[in-house]
Design a protein around this ligand. Structure first.
Ligand code: NI
Ligand code: MN
Length: 225
């Protein structure tokens, strides 16, 4: 069993009972953050891109906890250039990395990266016997079908806020194309520009895809199984 804790916007923690995997830790300045950067624990920090609402507090949290930061090399350079003593592992699209809890594979995302020469990504995370796809910030793209073909996905964590990423309808179609069993929406309601009717997303997705949508609010946690 894996515990999913949602800290608001696109920041969440996966915990298999032994390892804590923190993702896109934007907490300082996040109006809906349910935990502070100085309190959150992590063994690994996955970063999808260098926009402030994703890279966020990663350098500080890594320096304090000793967590290893996983991201594209351009992002790791930002972390180390901030003077923080950060352990980092650089990887790039299509690559997999074995870690003590399982494995992560870096996947394509259609989004700007926030760093010169960089690219934005998503991750397929293998942890606790589950396969969890986090799309990061992205538009809908047809290669999501390949991601779903390559791995039998248990969960997809998808942005639904629109404006910067997919909106409701594209994120519902993403769930269909991924062929995933469970969907958790994120990256919405942080600011007025990405306010969404999440109940409508659930209804739409459960109609269009054979997936159950779990609405998790900032500060809440659910067990993934
Ligand atoms: Ni972004
Ligand atoms: Mn974002």
């Amino acid at each position: 069993m894996v515990k999913y804790s949602y800290f608001g916007h696109a920041c969440f923690l996966l915990d298999d009972g032994k390892h804590k995997v923190l993702v896109d830790p934007f907490l300082t300045g996040n109006p809906v953050a349910s935990v502070s950067a100085s309190d959150v624990e992590a063994d690994y920090i996955l970063v999808t891109h260098a926009h402030g609402d994703h890279l966020g507090d990663a350098p500080d949290i890594a320096a304090r906890t000793g967590a290893e930061v996983v991201g594209i090399p351009e992002i790791l350079d930002i972390c180390t250039s901030m003077g923080a003593d950060v352990k980092g592992h650089g990887m790039n699209l299509g690559g997999s990395l074995n870690l003590p809890f399982g494995k992560v594979r870096m996947t394509l995302a259609q989004h700007s990266s926030g760093v010169p020469g960089g690219i934005a990504c998503g991750y397929v995370i293998y942890i606790g016997g589950l396969v969890i796809y986090y799309a990061g910030d992205t538009a809908l793209f047809s290669d999501m079908k390949l991601i779903g073909q390559k791995d039998k996905l248990d969960y997809a964590l998808l942005p639904i806020g629109d404006n910067y990423t997919m909106g409701l309808e594209d994120a519902a179609l993403a769930a269909q194309w991924l062929g995933v069993r469970h969907v958790i929406p994120l990256h919405y309601d942080t600011w007025p520009i990405i306010r969404q009717d999440v109940a409508k997303y659930k209804e739409l997705t459960e109609k269009m895809a054979h997936a159950e949508v779990h609405i998790v609010k900032p500060g809440e946690a659910i067990d993934l199984a």
